[in-house]
Design a protein around this ligand. Structure first.
Ligand SMILES: Cc1cc2nc3c(=O)[nH]c(=O)nc-3n(C[C@H](O)[C@H](O)[C@H](O)COP(=O)(O)O)c2cc1C
Length: 201
């Protein structure tokens, strides 16, 4: 099984997450290749795909959205997992007590998930280094409303990222077991009275 980990990253944080996912998949016994979405070709050589993008102003980067649209049929025919590299800071809930990972979910995720029957989508905290930002991004960060939402720092939770990748590595879809329409493992019926099926005539 070869898994493609395709990512869209503006300033490197999402690339780092994609690389760690690929490393974790490899450590768990899968073959994994990590590539920017714009450098991927035909998906025919991959058995499964992980697609991730940084979130900016509530959306995935355009190149990641286009990747999913362009490869829609190929992705729908394979197990696919999505991730977003999103919120910043050490708080996990907003002022109203809502989980920041849910609040930060990019707007197109439900539609993309449905279009390709993705098995999961996960929001990870991201990272921001001010010296990497564009002039416009730096200006935006100075606005009072944005300042609190865009703190400097690396908030990527490597333990959580590795655990998610490990779950993918051990998903029945990658171990060749048959799965149901919702991605669930099909129940293996016992041969009636629990006898060893190999003993049947
Ligand atoms: C101008 C700007 C806008 C951002 N907008 C969002 C946003 O809407 N939602 C979110 O969760 N994170 C947002 N972020 C945080 C980034 O998604 C986060 O820093 C991410 O890890 C960056 O990934 P990258 O380095 O791969 O581009 C924003 C960051 C900047 C600088």
């Amino acid at each position: 099984m070869t898994v493609l980990v395709a990512y869209a990253s503006k300033h490197g944080a999402t690339q780092g997450i994609a690389e760690r996912i690929a490393e974790s998949l490899t450590a768990a016994g899968q073959q994994a290749e990590v590539r920017p979405v714009r450098e991927t070709g035909d998906l025919g050589g991959y058995d499964a795909v992980v697609v991730g993008s940084a979130a900016y102003e509530g959306h995935w980067l355009k190149e990641a959205r286009q990747f999913v649209q362009r490869h829609r049929d190929e992705l729908a025919a394979r197990p696919v997992w999505l991730f977003s590299s999103g919120p910043l800071g050490t708080k996990t809930t907003d002022g109203q007590g809502r989980d920041l990972r849910e609040v930060a979910q990019p707007k197109e995720i439900p539609e993309l998930k449905e279009a390709i029957a993705a098995r999961d989508h996960r929001v990870f905290f991201g990272a921001l280094k001010p010296d990497r930002l564009s002039f416009a991004e730096r200006a935006l960060r100075k606005l009072p409303a944005a300042r609190a939402m865009l703190p400097e720092g690396d908030f990527r939770d490597w333990t959580e990222i590795e655990a998610w990748a490990n779950g993918i590595a051990h998903d029945p879809a990658l171990s060749g077991q048959p799965t149901g329409p919702a991605g669930e493992t099909q129940a293996h019926e016992s041969p009636g009275d629990g006898q060893d099926p190999s003993a049947a005539p």
